[in-house]
Design a protein around this ligand. Structure first.
Ligand SMILES: *Cc1c(COP(=O)(O)O)cnc(C)c1O
Length: 497
């Protein structure tokens, strides 16, 4: 469903409520959804052993709070489950220098989707041979960077890209280096999302080489014919936020078929099969993702049986979880500002509340675009205290000049929430900070890693000076006084009873 440009009320397309019945315990922290260290102590949410009021007071709001133990243990869960395979962290979910170092120290590989993600990882000291570069429009400069750094794989996505890469590989070989290792990204005609997947004969999208048209096989032949390139394997990525492994099994069937076709056409037995990412997480209590060990067992079984059928040796497996590592361990803290009850009018069905409370917070679509962009679902709780007040139907919105600026579309909050309270939105670690913008000149929030009672700002808050520095007129003026963003004022926290 898309928001009406004039706003949902004018469009009259929003049902009165999709929130369902109020939960038994408002503000409960479902361990399925909240970071592994999340707990309430004296009613207040604690993360990594620290009370959220203290985090808000020290670092301001909006604030991304990243539970380091959660992030690293999820990376470790994938590494353990896929022992003997390569686990690539899909860094576009969330990347900064500290995250690159954790991923490096914990022995995983890393995927970059642009030259700048690659540069960041290299600058943080990430081992080049454990990096793969993705992208449907890699420039010559990006490819040169990848080749010069000696990264593990370039995942080639088009014939144009092969044309750009061939002279770079040839030059490297001429200089005594080894051929550039590449994977062919094949689009296998499987598109998976949450519980459904669709299998089609053709692919109408921008990524990869189509299997059904023969382009994927033609690309493999082309790469094999180039002495500057080494065809290491095949790649497929079928979607995101996937709960059901059937789509991966269908994709594995088709991609192993391509392995067989490549061997037949070129005589080469490829050593690696990368099945991409897209493993789902729980944003809501009712979401039911598959565990890394179940995914690993299913994929190993299906690959082994497909390979046996074609008489192929089982290739080295690789996967690329992004969301499933970064998503669940991070919470966004906001301070509540304006609360506006809006009468829903005659469209309210019998028995549904006729008032929706628009609870405005001090961030919004600039720090979490996913609700507006994908109609994503989030949950949140009153974080600085607990409350026994009866539930009220709420919609959590940002402060942007845009009626689609919604963070949590429908949920129940205690009816005594008030300006100055802190709200925590769960599972915001993936595709929130990394998609953040400066819309309305709001400033990108900091990311604070918490662990065993200690907090480290791993990305600082953007300042107005940072933003003015890009502006031809404003850059040379004296630095502006601190942005109206916030350490939360004293009165805001923990004083209500
Ligand atoms: C985005 C992406 C991923 C990661 O997807 P998640 O849903 O975050 O797991 C993995 N591989 C490729 C090629 C991608 O584009």
């Amino acid at each position: 469903m898309r928001a009406h440009p004039a706003g949902p009320l004018h469009g009259n397309i929003t049902p009165p409520t999709a929130a369902g019945a109020p939960p038994e315990e408002l503000g409960a922290l479902d361990p399925h959804v909240w970071p592994r260290s999340a707990e309430r102590i004296g009613g207040e949410l604690h993360l990594g052993g620290l009370p959220v009021t203290e985090l808000a007071r020290t670092h301001g709001t909006p604030l991304f709070v990243l539970d380091e133990g959660d992030f690293r243990s999820r990376a470790g869960d994938f590494a353990d489950a896929f022992d003997g395979a390569d686990v690539h962290y899909a860094s576009k979910a969330f990347l900064c220098g500290q995250v690159a170092r954790w991923i490096a120290d914990d022995g995983l590989h890393l995927d970059a989707c642009s030259g700048n993600e690659l540069s960041l990882a290299l600058a943080a000291g990430f081992p080049a041979e454990r990096i793969a570069l993705h992208g449907n429009n890699k420039s010559l400069v990006e490819l040169q960077l990848a080749v010069d750094a000696g990264i593990g794989h370039v995942v080639v996505d088009s014939f144009d890209e092969i044309d750009r890469l061939v002279p770079l590989g040839a030059a490297r070989v001429a200089a005594g280096g080894s051929p550039v290792p590449v994977l062919i990204r094949a689009t296998v005609g499987i598109e998976a999302h949450t519980h459904e997947f669709i299998a089609t004969a053709h692919e109408d999208q921008k990524f990869g080489f189509s299997l059904s048209t023969g382009d994927a096989l033609a690309a493999a032949r082309r790469v094999v014919s180039e002495p500057g390139l080494h065809l290491a394997g095949l790649h497929s990525h079928i979607g995101s936020q996937i709960f059901d492994t059937a789509g991966f099994e269908a994709a594995a069937h088709r991609i192993v078929g391509l392995l067989g076709a490549v061997r037949e056409a070129t005589g080469q037995t490829l050593e690696e099969l990368n099945l991409g990412g897209g493993f789902g997480i729980a944003y809501l209590s009712e979401d039911d993702p598959v565990s890394p060990s179940d995914i690993a067992a299913k994929l190993r079984t299906v690959i082994a049986s497909e390979c046996a059928e074609l008489g192929l040796p089982v290739p080295r497996l690789a996967v690329e979880p992004g969301r499933a590592i970064a998503g669940p361990g991070t919470v966004t803290l906001y301070e509540i500002g304006t609360i506006k009850p809006v009468r829903l009018g005659a469209s309210g069905a019998p028995g549904t509340p006729l008032v929706r409370n628009y609870v405005s917070v001090d961030g919004g679509m600039s720090d979490n675009i996913r609700t507006a962009l994908y109609d994503a679902s989030y949950t949140c709780v009153l974080a600085n205290r607990s409350s026994d007040a009866p539930p009220a139907l709420c919609r959590v919105v940002g402060k942007h000049c845009e009626s689609g600026d919604i963070l949590v579309r429908d949920l129940w909050l205690p009816s005594d929430v008030q300006p100055g309270d802190l709200l925590a939105v769960a599972a915001t670690g993936a595709y929130c900070w990394s998609m953040a913008s400066n819309y309305n000149y709001l400033l990108k929030p900091p990311v604070v890693a918490v662990r065993e009672g200690a907090a480290t700002e791993i990305v600082r808050r953007q300042t107005l000076s940072d933003v003015f520095a890009l502006d031809a007129v404003l850059a040379d003026l004296p630095a502006p006084s601190p942005a109206p963003s916030q350490p939360a004022p004293e009165h805001a926290v923990g004083v209500r009873s």
